[in-house]
Design a protein around this ligand. Structure first.
Ligand SMILES: *Cc1c(COP(=O)(O)O)cnc(C)c1O
Length: 366
């Protein structure tokens, strides 16, 4: 068995005998959409109690065989990450803050009673996949290669306890600009459902949280909104986050506010990056609780001028309208705001290698 301690011998490469024809791939890359098409390869690493992490391969993308008794299929022992690789103007390829994703993946693993993956192995797996599928970067403006590392419990056992066998897999999907140029503002529905309670799994990036958010999200869509907003579970008063994005509020005095990470909110890497970039600009950023009632009052008085959601997939999305059981209100003019646009431009320029990288966030591949 190849030792995973030695980077040179870590990954066994399994040749792809029938890669996607070039004309078909080019058509995907010209109009990638989001999350519907996948590259030719995937990385798989196995875990067993006896051998630890072993058997790392870069292999053709395709279905995996699972025993029907695998714990993930019954008790949802699953975690994931999401990050993007970018093709820079000089032709190099780069990841944005992959060590932050690796650390968060292990925090999620601890909460879901799963084994941690060494951070350098997490990053080596992503690098290996991007190198294998280097011809899969979208050719459209604002495109990137979206990477989805995840871990599932594969032990065939129906008893309720942490599994003893796992698979770590990385797949990649060419991604376009999530929202076409100019990102129009979204409308959000304040849900009566809750996403995460104190002591629960809200801070872990696990599939189970998403499963629980699907009914509220479908309800928001049915009412004509784009996203769902979750309030805190205890008082149903404090703003937490959207189904998969963190929230920021911008005030007339130039300051920003985002809800604090108290265990029920997912610690977004986009959130953390925007806090640092805003502070670089000399802006005050407060991590403080903010209630829905206060938001409504501040929007009415003009104190609140912009609100936006953020996450890896869409980066920054302005919020234009908020609706719930108690009626609706608009933010600013209902369209994208100035500060929102400026912060988004600052962040994406660093990610795309078009601006200096003062925080060493960009990680070159190859
Ligand atoms: C992934 C995720 C986010 C955003 O995190 P990023 O690291 O910025 O992509 C926010 N909320 C939830 C619930 C998430 O799963």
């Amino acid at each position: 068995m190849a030792s995973l301690a030695d980077p040179a011998t870590r990954f066994t490469h399994v040749a792809h005998l029938a890669p996607t024809p070039v004309a078909e791939r080019d058509a995907v890359l010209a109009n990638p959409g989001f999350g519907a098409r996948f590259t030719d390869h995937m990385v798989v690493i196995e875990y067993s109690e006896e051998h630890g992490w072993h058997g790392a391969t870069v292999q053709p993308y395709g279905p995996i065989a699972l025993d029907p008794a695998s714990s993930v299929l019954h008790y949802a022992q699953e975690i994931f990450e999401g990050l993007k690789a970018y093709r820079h103007p000089d032709g190099s390829m780069a990841l944005f803050r992959p060590t932050a994703n690796a650390a968060r993946f292990n925090a999620s693993a601890r909460r879901l009673a799963m084994p941690e993956l060494p951070e350098d192995l997490f990053i080596a797996a992503i690098n290996a996949l991007v190198l294998a599928d280097r011809d899969w970067f979208p050719t459209v403006e604002g495109g990137s290669l979206y990477l989805r590392p995840f871990m599932i419990a594969t032990e065939a056992f129906l008893g309720v306890r942490p599994a003893k066998a796992y698979k770590f897999i990385v797949i990649a999907s060419p991604a376009g600009n999530y929202f076409k140029s100019g990102a129009s503002a979204v409308s959000i529905w304040v849900s009566d459902y809750t996403r995460a309670a104190p002591g629960g799994t809200g801070a872990a990036k696990c599939g189970g949280n998403y499963a629980a958010s699907l009914v509220p999200t479908a309800e928001a869509f049915a009412k004509g909104h784009d996203q769902v907003l979750f309030l805190d579970a205890a008082e149903h008063k404090w703003i937490e986050e959207l189904g998969g994005m963190n929230l920021f509020f911008a005030f007339a005095d130039g300051s920003l506010l985002t809800p604090p990470l108290t265990g029920t909110i997912l610690a977004g890497i986009t959130r953390d990056s925007l806090i640092r970039l805003a502070r670089d600009e000399g802006l005050t950023v407060r991590e403080e609780p903010y209630s829905l009632d206060q938001w409504r009052a501040d929007a009415a008085s003009g104190q609140l001028v912009e609100a936006f959601a953020c996450g890896t997939a869409a980066v920054v999305t302005p919020v234009g309208q908020v609706a719930g059981r108690d009626g609706s209100f608009e933010i600013g003019g209902g369209g994208p705001g100035q500060l929102t646009g400026k912060l988004k431009a600052r962040l994406t320029a660093i990610q795309r290698g078009e601006a200096p990288d003062p925080h060493q966030w960009v990680h070159q591949i190859g």
